[in-house]
Design a binder for this molecule. Structure first.
Ligand SMILES: *Cc1c(COP(=O)(O)O)cnc(C)c1O
Length: 233
């Protein structure tokens, strides 16, 4: 059960939801025979106000995900001043002309998915003198409407990114198809990350993070199970 977060942010609901999600992450990690604490919970705060994020920060939640750079830029610099250890992940499709803002703002960019974006991020790292960690997003279901590098191009692209970014290329990310069992897609991504010796495997959302942990996720991106349902924009 998800306690809905109402229009005026319900901090009690966020606190309860967060502790429930943490318990579920810990239990799934244990069931997978992995050390508790080895899976990082990224709280996806897109569409939710800064007050909701501040509530989660008050519960010690430090890792957040936003899918739009402009929205992140509006909410996070002020929060970061008060919480210097906050870690911001950009998890939404990134236009090339937003690369510079993303590099300036984010600690992790999870959606590197094409050569032109890699070039723009590389330029931005120089001009901003900042090197966020980067994840390659793979379109694990090879769905035409979805971003992510196609599966048959993934190995070459990952290698090119490792050559270009060195250890800043830290892992892989995916959003599996909405229908069907996500487990084989999660397993595929974890295997690819291991093959390229990449430490981070970002996969699993509110509906499937336990499955993702069972398949080797190191980072799960959970929004509505923490902050309540998003109003449809
Ligand atoms: C919104 C979003 C999430 C979180 O989704 P929930 O179902 O609300 O947990 C995770 N990853 C990405 C890329 C998203 O855009």
């Amino acid at each position: 059960m998800i306690v809905p977060a109402t229009a005026d942010t319900d901090l009690t609901a966020i606190t309860e939801n967060l502790s429930r999600v943490r318990e579920r992450v810990a239990a799934a990690t244990q069931r997978a025979g992995r050390p508790v604490g080895s899976v990082t919970l990224v709280a996806v705060s897109k569409t939710h106000p800064a007050a909701a994020i501040a509530g989660a920060l008050g519960c010690g939640q430090m890792q957040f995900g936003e899918n739009r750079v402009q929205e992140a830029a509006a909410k996070f610099p002020a929060l970061r001043e008060r919480h210097p250890s906050l870690v911001l992940h950009i998890i939404g499709g990134l236009q090339t002309n937003k690369a510079r803002d993303a590099v300036r703002l984010a600690d992790v960019i999870e959606t590197l998915d094409r050569p032109r974006l890699a070039a723009a991020i590389a330029d931005a790292m120089v001009s901003e003198n900042r090197r966020p960690s980067l994840l390659v997003q793979v379109n694990v279901g090879d769905e035409p409407q979805k971003s992510g590098i196609p599966t048959d191009e993934a190995d070459d692209f990952i290698q090119a990114c490792q050559a270009r970014f060195g250890t800043s290329l830290a892992g892989l990310m995916c959003i599996p198809p909405a229908v069907g069992d996500p487990a084989p897609h999660f397993a595929w991504l974890a295997e690819r990350a291991a093959r390229h010796r990449l430490a981070i495997v970002s996969m699993g959302m509110s509906g499937d993070f336990e499955t993702a942990i069972a398949q080797g996720a190191t980072h799960v991106r959970v929004g509505s199970a923490i902050f309540g349902h998003r109003s449809l924009a």
